[in-house]
Structure formats: C-alpha cells, structure tokens
Design a protein. Structure first.
Length: 324
C-alpha cells in the first residue's frame, strides 16, 4: 500500500469513528485517582487532625458538566460517579501517601466539606480536540476558621482511532491532579511539610532532560505540590514553554505555592498571554494567592466577563466564581 492509499485509509477510518461518535453516547470509564508515590520529607510529628467528611452537593449531583452531558457519560466502576464517595476515598489515599496526620471520623464539629466537583467536556466537532475542564472545591472548617481549597485542570486531545484515547489524558490524569492539589494545599496551610531542596533539584533536572516527554507536565505539578519556594524561579521559566501542558502546569503551580509576591507576574500572564487557557490558568493562580489584592482583581475580571457569551467568558467565570 503506497503512502497516498494509507492516508486515504486512515481518513476513512477516522470519518467512520466521527460518524459513530456523533450518532451515539460515549461511556467514559473514569478511574480512581492515583495516590502519590512520594511523601513529604523530614516530617516533624504533628498532632493528628480528625475531620468529618461532609458534602454540600445535591443528592443527584452530576459530575459531568458542559454542553455534551448527553453524549459523554462519565462512569466509575460501571456506575454513575458518586462524587462524595469518589472524592473522599481519593483524599484519604492521598493523605496517607503523603504521610499527613489527618483522618476522617463519622462525627465531629471540624469538617472537610465538598463544595464542587465537575468535569466539563466540550467538543466542537469530530475533527476537533475534546476539551475537559475539571474542577474541585472543598472547605475545611476547624473551630471558627474556614479555609477553601480549589483545583482546576484543563486538558485536551483529539482521538484518532477511538474515544479510549481521551480517557487517560482528559479524565484520569486531571482527577488525580485535582485531589493531589487540594491535599497539597491542606498540607501547606495546616502542616507545612515540604519536599527537600535535593528532591526539588532532582525534579528540575528530570523536567529539563525530558522537556517534551509525554508526562513531563506531571513532574511540573509536583513542584507546585512541594510547598518549597526553591522551585519558583524554575517554574517561572516554564511559563514560556512551547508545550502547552508544561506551561499550564507551571502557571498553576506558581499559584499553588502561594507566594503573594507573584501577583504582578500572574496578572501579566492573564493580560498578555496569547492563549486563552494560559490566561484562564493565570486567573486560577491569582485566586490561589488568597490576598485582598487578588480577590479584588478577580472581582474586576468577573465584572469584565459577566455580559459576554464566548467560551472563554463562560469558562473564566466558572473559575472566578469558585474563588469569590
């Protein structure tokens, strides 16, 4: 078979996949989030925090969101995803993997409350990428103090041979990152464990060597989960990467580290980046800073976007409203 014939055959198969995709529902088997394989180092013994896990989600809450909820059916273990059980189980495993002194109890005044868990799926046509924007929001109530932990992950992929190709990059990896991020933020705020400078250097060398490796962006997120500002300058260089997911991971990680001195840098990304997803992730990281200045900026951006109907406006407002 010559090269032209091969191309024609590939296009024929692709067209068939597109027709089938448009004609029926697609079940997406979302896996359980994977727990980390590295714990925080040099951990001092902390008094254990015990919390009741609660949910403010509706009983019939659907994790699937967006304009394709009738097409993409999200399932976990062959059933509709139960957001409460799914997130509670994943957080428990991640807390254990990171060696954090926190556990859930059946009752008590202190609570970890699930406020939001959604996966927006969007696709313009069978020839365009399938885009997912995954969000998770929890509130931690200890005594009179309430803190909020939010994660947003954007991914996209164009399936070539089958819809199975989108499951790992667009659903499994993002849900894993959502859980890792909120646990990293809980650690930062209540335990202050860190990755060592040595481990940070190892990660940076690994990222540099693998620069455009398929899953390099996951190592970039790990720098964000480190609670170690030694990784900050390196992350800022990665916001110029040609690889979209390394860029987005770097922008998000700057916010996760929570250095308020990065406000102006993140605003510049939000106003000057050429790609909508970079601008959106900068908004998310500005929200993560948690300062009054960051809050005021998000309020101003909400006012700017509120009467607009573009996808960027809709998705930006989704992110902003998680923080306001």
């Amino acid at each position: 078979m010559n090269e032209l014939s091969k191309k024609i055959a590939e296009l024929t198969i692709l067209s068939l996949v597109i027709v089938l995709f448009q004609a029926c529902n697609v079940k997406i088997p979302v896996a359980s989030p994977k727990a980390s394989d590295t714990s925080y180092q040099n951990i001092e013994k902390n008094e254990k925090i015990e919390l009741q896990f609660k949910s403010n989600l509706d009983k019939d809450h659907s994790v699937a969101a967006g304009d394709r909820t009738g097409v993409f059916i999200l399932e976990h273990n062959h059933e509709k995803i139960n957001a409460d059980k799914y997130i509670k189980s994943a957080i428990e495993k991640e807390i254990s993997a990171r060696n954090i002194a926190l556990s859930f109890i059946d009752s008590g005044n202190d609570k970890l409350i699930l406020e939001d868990f959604e996966i927006i799926t969007h696709r313009v046509s069978g020839y365009s990428p399938l885009v997912t924007i995954s969000t998770l929001k929890l509130k931690m109530n200890i005594g009179t103090e309430i803190k909020t932990f939010i994660s947003v992950v954007k991914r996209a992929k164009t399936p070539v041979w089958s819809m199975d190709e989108v499951v790992e990059p667009c659903y499994n990896e993002p849900t894993t990152l959502l859980v890792k991020e909120v646990v990293a933020k809980i650690n930062k705020n209540y335990f202050a464990h860190k990755f060592s400078n040595k481990y940070i250097k190892q990660l940076q060398n690994k990222i540099t060597i693998k620069k455009n490796g398929k899953l390099t962006y996951l190592d970039v997120y790990e720098l964000g989960f480190s609670n170690n500002l030694e990784s900050l300058d390196f992350l800022k260089t990665l916001t110029n990467s040609q690889d979209e997911y390394i860029r987005l991971a770097a922008i998000s990680s700057i916010g996760i580290l929570g250095d308020s001195n990065q406000f102006d840098f993140l605003v510049s990304l939000n106003t000057q980046s050429k790609m909508w997803q970079d601008r959106a992730m900068a908004l998310k990281s500005i929200g993560d800073l948690g300062t009054l200045k960051a809050h005021d900026y998000l309020k101003e951006r909400k006012k700017f976007w509120h009467d607009k109907t573009t996808k960027e406006a809709i998705w930006n407002l989704k992110i902003i409203n998680l923080y306001l």
